[in-house]
Ligand binder design. Sequence first.
Ligand SMILES: [Zn+2]
Length: 456
Amino acid sequence: MKSTLGFYGGVGSVTGANFMLDTGGAAFLVDCGLVQGDRFAAEQNAVPFVYSPTDVDVLLVTHAHADHIGRIPKLVKDGFKGVIYSTRPTKDLAAVMLRDALKVMEYEYERYGHEVLYEAGDIARALSLWKTVDYNETLSLPDGVTAHYTDAGHILGSGMIHLERGGRKIVFTGDIGNVPQPLLAPPVIPTGYHYLVMESVYGDRLHEQVAERTALLQHYIEETRRKGGTLIIPAFSLERTQGMLLEINNLVESGAMEPIPVFLDSPLAISVTDIYRQYREYLSPAVQAQIKAGDDIFDFVGLEFTRTVKESHEIEEEKGAKVIIAGSGMSHGGRIQRHEQNYLDDKKTTVLLVGYQAAGSLGRVLQDGAKKVTIDGKEVRVKAEIARIAGFSGHADRDQLVNLVAEGIDKPESVDGVYVVMGEEKSSLFLTQRLCDYLGLKAKAPSENEEVEIEF
Ligand SMILES: [Zn+2]
């Protein structure tokens, strides 16, 4: 039977994932994310959906990053009344992430006049439509379609979505995890598909420093201890922060490193960490074994969670060497900005960048070596060392992406199409070329709002 696959977001761009499978009898949406990191993101997120949200029957969510879930309350506000599915951790994480995103939007409305996409009631309505499913549990969906999730190894609860009908199968990868990740098992290799819609964030690059990343982290902490200074780590609240905590936990508890005061200064990251505690069965077997042996992986000597504004300000009273982990990951908002205002002017400070810094963000300006920055209207001289560890990426790199496909297929002829999405154009085209040349696949990087007919 003929179905239509629509690419309505997340093409030519890492963010804004939004794909539709229309079987004629039912419309299935996969992810509904925010466009992020672009100067015009606020306007792009406010434009109406190109399809009617009222006509969508099912929304399947791969994982809880904002660029995959951030427009769901808008979808509901604009008329969606179907069913939402995800794994249990994804739903719990999404609730926390969406409420936080609303707070940020309300702040940006006051400051810049950017449109607020939805209200608290729309989040609540979305959650009331939202059902959960375990990995490998089969869902019976409208128009004879079945679906199941497998572990994508990207963040807690992340899943690839396998949709099947009449012996035909399409897999949406969502974001695919880097290997190894501190907390998670490697992604399960998808097999038996006729079509694959896959991410390509690092489709043209290899990750460096993966093997040395823990040693480098320890190096920057020890250097800070020696200088009696402050190590500032701007970290994304979901997954990266928990991964960093586990790394430091293991360094301290193995005796490889003396304890040092570490402040997790982010109410969002603290709430997310609580959800990680609830879903230990979603962590890697090695981490589960560590927990079973009695270790609380998010608790070690020196670690303090600072939830309130008062507690956050008290960090400044800690005079000796210390580590501050706070959001946002690109320093474009959040408590990290106050710490950067306080400490960038001090040559005993190191800012350690552990994630991608988008062009235009304060983090990118620092990474590019600016000697002076303006934070929240205040000019600050940069005397701090700006360091970077590339190996903590949460995404599979170029070779891992090609291997994920190579290991999952028997014969290239059995695959009717691979659609390479969720990457900047250069990256998507590079991966597309490799899949064609190395594996003999019919791969293609679709363009925005392109619709293709598939046999499904
Ligand atoms: Zn993601």
